[in-house]
Design a protein around this ligand. Structure first.
Ligand code: PMP
Length: 388
């Protein structure tokens, strides 16, 4: 199988070779690597709920009560009362009629998109949408029209120019995973109304992060009633695992019958479901977690700006430090790792060529002093670059 070696040689030559690194988590904000305790600025565990005692206890209790695995798909024996309770709680959280849990956010996106769109339909998709949205679009076999990132004039002109005999759908990340900016959902909603399009928003990085009580992007803009399909994940701010979709009762019943990634996979384990339920409860009783997260994000953004580090504007905890070339991103993350700071080097194909970056994520559980020290180290690493 020479093609394996050829491919690997090519990605190495292009500085795009990927490999896993085993970090040992010691807290939501710290990991151990080769015996050194490092500051983690690369996790989507935005509220630190993976290590919240109530969440951990709920998961442990559920494992003892119900076992370690679901043992069946949702439409066979895998629907426990626990998951139905979680779905009701998610619907209440999103203020929709119903919700449906998938095994991952990735599976929610591919399942929902391919169930809602078909060969006669047209999907309008932001060019920076997550890979799982892109894959969902491909699976649907609908025509896909890509608009320039968050460019509403471009979206408008494409809606106007594209002949469509079936349904139109507009799909966007709520908070963009690699850029940290927020989709212009109010304008998307206006255009959707004008062109009779269904909106699907992927709130993987918005759930528990933006909007009142962390309710997501549509709530952030006060237009939840205009977004028919809200997707989210339980694996980031909620510290568990799984994806979900919230919307009308009819939408959820339809997806139960049509979404293949829902139908043909074993349900999530009880411990995971219980953790997600407890995390949702924490989110509702401790709104200060979201406030602290947003304050920490603004604190770091201000520090970086004062240090003249090239960071696009915004308010979310996803903060991309732009370094352009893939090899620089890899070199700088290795350098910072030596100093006990973990960031992720983001390179093509995850982002367009020439826009490689250090992706920094801030959480509610980071201390100000450690954030300030990290920004100092990042500034020292990035500044020489700007002079060359
Ligand atoms: N959508 C977006 C925007 C994401 O960033 C991710 C995860 N990186 C997903 C969906 C997939 O979610 P999950 O990790 O739960 O599969």
């Amino acid at each position: 199988m020479q093609f394996l070696a050829d491919y690997l040689a090519q990605v190495k030559a292009d500085d795009l070779y990927r490999q896993t690194v085993a970090y040992n988590p010691v807290s939501p904000a710290h990991v151990q690597l080769n015996g050194q305790t490092c500051l983690l600025l690369a996790s989507n565990n935005y509220l630190g709920l993976t290590h919240n005692p109530a969440v951990q206890q709920a998961a442990a209790d559920a494992i003892w009560l119900y076992g370690t695995g679901a043992g069946g798909a949702r439409l066979t024996t895998g629907t426990f009362p626990l998951v139905e309770q979680l779905e009701q709680e998610l619907a209440a959280f999103k203020e929709t009629e119903a919700a449906l849990v998938f095994n991952t956010g990735y599976m929610a996106n591919i399942g929902v998109i391919s169930a809602l769109a078909g060969p006669n339909d047209v999907i309008f998709s932001d060019e920076l949408n997550h890979a799982s949205i892109i894959d969902g679009c491909r699976l649907s076999r609908a025509a896909v029209v890509v608009y320039r990132h968050a460019d509403m004039e471009h979206l408008h002109s494409l809606l106007k120019a594209t002949v469509c005999h079936g349904k139109r759908l507009i799909i966007s990340d709520g908070v963009f995973s690699m850029d940290g900016d927020i989709a212009p959902l109010t304008t998307i909603a206006q255009l959707a109304q004008q062109y009779n399009a269904i909106i699907i928003v992927d709130d993987a990085h918005a759930t528990g992060v933006i909007g009142p009580g962390g309710k997501g992007t549509a709530a952030h803009f006060g237009i939840a009633d205009k977004v028919q399909v809200q997707i989210g994940t339980l694996s980031k701010a909620l510290g568990a695992e799984g994806g979900f979709v919230a919307g009308s009762r009819e939408l959820i019943d339809y997806l139960k019958n049509k979404a293949r990634s829902f139908i043909f996979s074993t349900a999530l384990a009880p411990g995971t479901i219980a953790a997600a339920r407890a995390a949702l409860r924490e989110l509702s009783v401790r709104p200060e977690l979201v406030t602290k997260l947003n304050e920490n994000a603004l604190y770091v953004r201000d520090l970086l700006q004062s240090a003249n580090i090239p960071v696009p504007g915004g308010i979310t905890p996803i903060i991309p430090v732009m370094v352009e070339s893939a090899d620089t991103a890899v070199r700088l993350t290795a350098e910072l790792r030596q100093q006990g700071i973990i960031l992720t080097a983001i390179r093509p194909p995850t982002v367009p060529v020439g826009t490689s970056r250090l992706r920094m994520t801030v959480t509610a559980v980071h201390e100000r002093e450690e954030l300030a020290a990290a920004v100092d180290a990042i500034s020292r690493a990035v500044k020489p670059l700007r002079k060359t």
